[in-house]
Design a protein. Sequence first.
Length: 538
Amino acid sequence: MPSSKPIKKVEGRVVAFIDIGTNSLRLLLVRINPNQSYTVLSDQKEVVRLGEGEFVEQHLQPEAMQRAVLVAQRFAAMARQNGAKEIITVATSATREAENRDEFLRRLKREAQLDVRVVSGREEARLIYLGVSSGVHLGEKKALFIDIGGGSTEVILGDQQGYDYLDSLKLGAIRLTSLFFLPEESGPVTAERYAVIQQYVRNTAVRTIQAVSQHSLDFAVGSSGTIENLADIAVQKFHKRRRQREDVLQYTQLRQVIEMLCELPLEERRHVPGINPSRADIIIAGSAIIETLLHDLDVKELRISDRGLRDGLLVDYLSADASTAALQKTSVRRRSVMHLGRTCNFDEAHASHVAQLALELYDSAGGAGLHNSDDWERELLEYSALIHDVGMFLAYSNHQEHSYYLIRNADLLGFDQREIAIMASAALFHRKAMPNRKKHPEFAALDRRAQRVVELFALLLRIAESLDRSHTSAVQNALLRPGKDNEIVLEIRGKGDCQLEIWGVQTHAEDFEEVFGHKMVVENLSENGGPHPPNPSP
């Protein structure tokens, strides 16, 4: 277990990153300096086998959860003792596929005080790309990245500037070991058994192999404990020394290593020079994954990286922390949202105007004391507004339901599943019924803070949508400010006649009072706007 002895503190803020994987938990503890450089204070790893026994029944086992929670507690305590004010924690394959994942997440919250993001497979692939590519000099070269975890294998194509392809396969060392070996099996692995595992890998990865094969690659990079350990064994076998950073894993050498490992019973396998004994029982399944991918993609050698998802979390954090307009315009979150909108042929001008109005309403509502403004909420509201109408791609009728489905299933990059659920729910409730815990299971499934955010977003999107009802940007600006008594004034400024927009927004008066506890009145300050209909009677 990791030591909890405090590390000497110096200027800068300490941030912790925890990766709750299927096989291991990892902690990266860093001090981020005022100039945005960083220093690694600690890099810890503990094998917990969270996914052990899960992939047959899709349930995390009690013993596995207990091990993971215990290590998470220790990692969190170590981070806090060393001054970490932020602990960014993500969970991957084992957690996201478990039917009892909510129980596990509640335990982590209760016993380790950790708010855990459960990321999708493609988001996991993106974070791995960020982590691995940030430690490899690519230049203009195109690389293939392969990361083999306990429950999934991520495959990425990219260069130094970005990725071209992301995929996550339900192939992992623990998953395949559970599927093809009984717990008590400890003998050698026959060539026939190994070939069956390889065929399963090939069948699962066939579309990925086809997609990657269409690209020209300059080299391949492998990361994860399985690949690192196979490289360690190969270097020991062929060079009689410890592996060095520049060493590569040759495919021909990998084949010989795998043949040797398969010939040995489990107990002898644990003593092979270079092997991590705790991986001896799952390394055959992991070997089948990497060998099959390298063979079918005609990759002759593999560079080895010790970086991974936890490093990607750091890179992602530093990128998000940079407050430059250029970075915001090119952030992976914005690119992902705009890609979804454009794929669904959305009305980009209308979506952008609704987003502008929603943000004006949000900012002024915060200034009026209607909510506690938050940068995270504000950013999420903008993205929610941009894609709230994507469901019209399928049909106008009940398009809010179609929007919910598309957002929930679009694998939006840069977001965790909670954020995606909030954006999807905001789209679902931007028209017709307001969210209700008793009537709407999608809303009831959210935690209380997320529910409050969705209520706020749904109301602001309703108002902003009504203010651009004609899709002509007739209302150019809108804000909320305190009025007399208990009233809140919705002040709008537009061009020409805004009567249709004003009438539409007044239909949300009851919802406004329900959410904010104040009566809403409309004040039209548009030039040549003329009189507007009175507020509807309560």
